[in-house]
Design a protein around this ligand. Structure first.
Ligand code: ZN
Ligand code: ZN
Length: 90
């Protein structure tokens, strides 16, 4: 059974397949974007991504910081292992 909910808001010649959760407009397959597992039209996704711009930068910095800490820990761990190997080799 085809959902005859109407036509795409952006493409009147196309059959609407989904509804944007933000603006509740009927959108076609090409206009449907799945972000975080939620259907949004292209313009609402753009708005969403713009809203995420600020925190994303901060998150990147945190990821870089964590990686740096992990790298430091790995270097320390490697050094300890090396020392242990040298000690057991003697
Ligand atoms: Zn929308
Ligand atoms: Zn469309």
């Amino acid at each position: 059974m085809i959902q005859g909910s109407g036509r795409c808001h952006y493409h009147p010649e196309r059959t609407g397949l989904g509804i944007c959760v933000e603006c509740r407009r009927v959108i076609c397959r090409e206009c449907t974007t799945q972000f975080e597992g939620i259907n949004r039209c292209a313009s609402c996704l753009e708005k969403r991504l713009k809203a995420l711009d600020g925190p994303a930068e901060r998150r990147d910095w945190t990821v870089g910081h964590v990686l740096l800490a992990l790298l430091g820990a790995a270097v320390v761990y490697g050094g300890v292992l090396l020392l242990a190997n040298m000690a057991s080799g003697l």
